[in-house]
Unconditional design. Structure first.
Length: 166
């Protein structure tokens, strides 16, 4: 800690060694540079972050509201209860639910995977419609065991869903 007083003493002696005109010039430069330093290193990054969050936050809130709405819909559909049949009746139920949710035309393939399983392959289906489709099946005792989806456009997904009767 002896180093600090030594450094301060050296700075003070260097300051006093300057002429009055030089000291005023250095003080004037510091007064001009300090606001520029503050603006460049603090204000600009903070303003950029505020602008970023002003842009992102409304989208995040809208997504949250949509997710809450969809969750309420899923809870309502699950509360209805019921169980799905097995075998070919399972395939029929899946097709009916797809038609009911207006995504039946986007069902590329539907194939059985045993007596209690089926695989549905979709192409460019609206994500919200797929969620409602799965919720409707869940209310009848059919739940997804494996879901593989890839984005296929704004709000659209393509992929496969393996469904199992519980």
């Amino acid at each position: 800690m002896k180093m600090v007083p030594v450094v301060i003493a050296r700075i003070q002696s260097a300051w006093l060694a300057r002429s009055e005109k030089e000291r005023r010039l250095v003080l004037l430069a510091a007064v001009v540079a300090l606001p520029l330093f503050f603006y460049g290193l603090l204000w600009i990054p903070l303003a950029a972050r505020v602008a970023h969050w002003e842009h992102v936050l409304p989208k995040q809130r809208a997504t949250l509201a949509l997710m809450r709405h969809e969750a309420a819909l899923v809870r309502t559909l699950r509360a209805r209860g019921g169980h799905a049949p097995t075998g070919t009746a399972l395939l029929s139920l899946i097709e009916q639910q797809a038609q009911l949710q207006a995504i039946g035309g986007l069902l590329s393939a539907l194939s059985p995977r045993g007596s209690h399983k089926a695989e549905a392959i979709f192409s460019k289906v609206p994500f919200n419609g797929l969620v409602r489709f799965l919720a409707g099946l869940g209310a009848r005792g059919v739940e997804p065991a494996r879901v593989e989806l890839t984005p296929a456009g704004v709000g659209l997904v393509s992929g496969s869903v393996t469904l199992v009767v519980h």
